[in-house]
Write a protein that binds this ligand. Structure first.
Ligand code: TYD
Ligand code: MG
Length: 451
């Protein structure tokens, strides 16, 4: 077979060049050219979208429910949107050592019982995988193992073994003969993923790619693949705690932002079916700077403790640090707190943290962040049976958030007795055992939080 022609493509403008140059000849950006294979466009994309020249109306396209096969790990299925879909390509990213190989070995062992599953390892030897399997109590699991890093050999093995599910652990260790760049480079990672994607679509195989999150540099992280694959899952959470969260960042076959919660045990990852109380630290008595937020993680309400520490400035610039919360949003909230709440923080360092390593991106956390900051600053604890949620606007208004009812019900179920929420979220029917305090503006909210 003739060696495919290689070319160089700019990661900024997509322009091509036949030889490597330090500067892109099209957009003049520096160091943006990466090696790519010049596959004719038609063969590259035909398998993804179906016949190229066939124009149809929406109504004439036959649809069928995607056949889904559950993996047997309930929390993993939840993030996947119900299970694996044939032909889907899934990227599982996360820090080294967080549990990617463990989760996938468990999933493959469960899948292997019903269907042919192939685990390709480029990182660990078969002995290491077998030792992990022993630890997980899965030595007899019907999983086929292949220790290989050359893509052509892997594709050959897939063609002959015809598995229904393939794990590539990890995409950064694979390389294709078609390119001269080193394994792990942006060019190799992209090209290998593109070829595996084509194979997945052609043969209706589910391919799961493992990607290590790496610091910027020569080694390409999973981010460069996010647009190629159908589903992007990331491990998040604190490696020091035993809880592991898997979040769907993108999912063409299910809801994005869905969260799976696991506990890392002696014998691998165990799903946590009711995680709503997981992110509450148990204080003996109410402490200043702590506020319980009722947040929605995917389809599930979750109660998370938001902590703030406001400390007198030790000279220099005031520090603003947010862990698990949006740092930019913190700056904005402090400005609102000053302008509309009359609380001045310029002479203080402000630190906020979402307990347990969970990452909260929804604006519904705003009011809880402000409440904890205010509580730390005044050194006065909030009622520890209260929960808070609500978005804070730039004009100082408290805006309603989605799915308020569900948040309130979950909090009531866990024994919370009071909720400080936006006026727009006031429930039509009373929630048993729960006092509802609906607030319209930031000043009013700070007032009522104290009471
Ligand atoms: P691993 O799955 O290899 O992480 P990754 O593939 O993301 O790099 O392992 C993660 C960590 O989990 C490792 O430090 C050992 C630990 N571990 C357990 O605590 N219990 C277990 O049963 C297993 C298999 C691993
Ligand atoms: Mg691994």
């Amino acid at each position: 077979m003739a060696k495919p022609r290689t070319a160089y493509t700019c990661t900024e403008c997509g322009g091509r060049s036949s030889k490597w140059q330090g500067q892109c000849p099209h957009c003049s950006a520096w160091n943006t050219l990466v090696e790519t294979v010049a596959v004719p466009v038609a063969t590259r994309f035909r398998t993804v979208t179906g016949a190229v020249a066939d124009v149809r109306t929406l109504a004439s396209v036959e649809t069928r429910a995607e056949p889904r096969s559950p993996t047997g790990l309930e929390e993993f299925d939840r993030v996947l949107g119900g299970g694996l879909v044939p032909g889907a390509v899934i990227l599982l990213g996360g820090d080294p050592g967080i549990g990617k190989s463990t989760l996938l070995l468990q999933a493959m062992a469960a899948i292997g019982a019903a269907r042919r599953a192939l685990y390709v390892t480029g990182e660990e030897s078969p002995e290491q995988i077998a030792m992990r399997a022993q630890r997980l109590g899965l030595v007899n699991a019907p999983v086929e193992l292949l220790a290989e890093v050359q893509l052509e050999a892997i594709i050959g093995a897939i063609r002959t073994r015809q598995p229904e599910v393939v794990v590539i652990d990890s995409i950064q260790t694979m390389y294709t003969e078609a390119l001269e760049s080193a394994p792990g480079s942006v060019a190799q990672v992209r090209e290998c993923a593109a070829q595996l994607t084509r194979l997945a679509k052609q043969s209706a195989i589910t391919v799961i790619l493992v990607g290590h999150v790496t610091k910027e540099g020569a080694i390409a992280g999973p981010r460069v693949l996010e647009h190629i694959v159908d589903t992007v899952l990331y491990f998040e959470g604190d490696t020091h705690s035993s809880f592991r969260l898997v979040r769907a960042i993108k999912n063409r076959f299910g809801a994005a932002n869905e969260l799976g919660v696991f506990a890392m045990t002696e014998r691998g990852l165990k799903g946590v079916a009711n995680p709503s109380a997981l992110f509450l630290s148990q204080h003996a008595a109410a402490v200043p700077g702590s506020c319980i937020l009722a947040t929605m993680e995917g389809s599930r309400p979750l109660l998370v403790e938001v902590q703030a520490l406001v400390d007198a400035l030790q000279g220099g610039l005031a520090r603003r640090l947010a862990v698990g919360l949006d740092p930019q949003r913190l700056a904005l909230l402090l400005a609102v707190l000053h302008r509309h709440g009359g609380v001045e923080t310029a002479a203080f360092d402000v630190f906020v943290n979402a307990v347990g390593g969970v990452r909260i991106s929804e604006p519904a956390a705003d009011l809880a962040v402000l409440a904890s900051i205010n509580s730390s600053m005044k050194n006065s604890a909030l009622n520890d049976k209260s929960i808070v949620f609500g978005e804070v606007g730039l004009a100082g208004e408290i805006r309603p958030v989605q799915r308020g009812q569900e948040r309130l019900r979950e909090a009531a179920k866990l024994g919370f007795r009071r909720a400080i929420i936006p006026v727009g979220n006031r429930p039509k029917q009373a929630i048993e055992g729960m006092e509802i305090v609906a607030v319209g503006r930031i000043g009013e909210a700070l007032e009522r939080l104290r009471g």
